[in-house]
Design a protein around this ligand. Sequence first.
Ligand code: HEM
Length: 472
Amino acid sequence: MRIHGSEPRGARRVPLSSISEGRFGRMFRRLRPATEYGDDQLAALAEQMREPEPAPGGAPGGWGHPGAPAGDGDNPSVPSGYTYFGQFVDHDITFDPTSQLGRTNDPDALHDFRTPRFDLDSLYGSGPADEPFQYDRNEPDALLVGESNGQPDLPRNAQGIALIGDPRNDENIIVSQLQLVFLRFHNKILREVVNPDPAITEENRLAETQRLVRWHYQWVIVNDYLPRICGRELIDQLFELDQTSGQRQVELRYYDPKNDPYMPVEFSGAAFRFGHSQIRAAYNLSDAVPDRPIFLPGDAVGQFDDLRGNRPLPPNWTIDWHMFLPIDGSTPQPSRRIDAKLTPGLFDLPRISSDQSLALRNLKRGKALGLPSGQDVARFLGVTPRTGAELGTELDPTPLWFYILKESDLEDHRGERLGKVGARIVAEVLLGLLAGDKLSYINVEPSWRPSAPIATQPDRFELADLVRYATA
Ligand code: HEM
């Protein structure tokens, strides 16, 4: 852990204007938008992506339900906690609430409502001066934790709306509980590491706590999440160990922001949406609350029926993280394989008035953002492109999002991680954002690594360790 008392290098850097920071842009500027697919063609492709309904009689035994037979599409390499960590990361770096689904949008003119940095603006908002309702009045520098039905929950207003940095982190119960983990992670570091340290002045305590929270989170992205999702070999190649200095250096070939990092639409509109195929039909929240479907169709559902968010946590619904991550030897529920199938609950998204199918929204968004086809991107990356026939679609050239999902499934690992095109985009953009952030640990203190009391093992710090520390 770094020596306290001295200010981290770069901490006095003047924040950038939102005009240069919140930018979308294109990663493959030379590639033209894919063929103008008709809406009916996209609707047919989206429907083709619907996973079969769970077996009659419900769980256990249905597709993606806890207890279903092994080998039905579960991913043994990625526990389901990582699905929602991916969603949480997405909400930290990209938010496009303004592009129109029904027409072409110019990515260069779109504003990213989140900073394209791993700074957890989704957790901290714009800070206590501007958003004091997120901070605890009774405890300086702590984030406010709420309570619903006698259990810790996100703080909420009288109508149950979460008072947090990004409303999407209350979109379903699992991501909402993960946001709560991060609130608690912040408070625990403040109480156990920062406040007791006499070298940290009172006015630096918030910044120092945020720095530690962000660096542990960044560590998990680089050393745990990315190798699982993109393959360790690719991450080691892009985040190379320099034998002379003993430090790692980011070496990218395709994501090359000339100035400040921007959010590429190929990532936000296609590649990083791979996570939608990892979502299970249902989850065990704890021993007491088994097999809750992610979303049931319609609005007339009872409070215990599904995992939709944007409401107080129902009684006894606190998540047992042992069921989502390998904590103390537990066997967590796996995520689903990365393939071109989405669980049926995602075809009837709650609280959306039109285009409730997430698959169709993603395909239409790709068209509206003028994304290149999967085959063109593959060629550009030097990967032999797969034909539409190989991918199982008449659409050739093929929409990038679909291409990336099906490509993963067709590789030898059968969707245990991303395929060549998807992995390259995701790894380059996430590592590029970290390298472009002057306050990230790899820039300020490249030799930094998690240590006691936050990390309990010298050679390992994974998402499970972060969650265990936060919730112990
Ligand atoms: C139950 C879980 C999830 C739900 C209900 C959900 C739903 C949505 C919805 C409704 C959108 C906007 C679609 C549009 O109109 O274009 C979206 C965007 C997106 N999702 Fe998800 N999502 C989930 C999980 C994930 C996961 C696990 C990941 C990645 C690992 C992910 C990555 C993204 C990305 C990158 C965007 C684009 C964000 C932007 O730039 O605005 N999502 N998701």
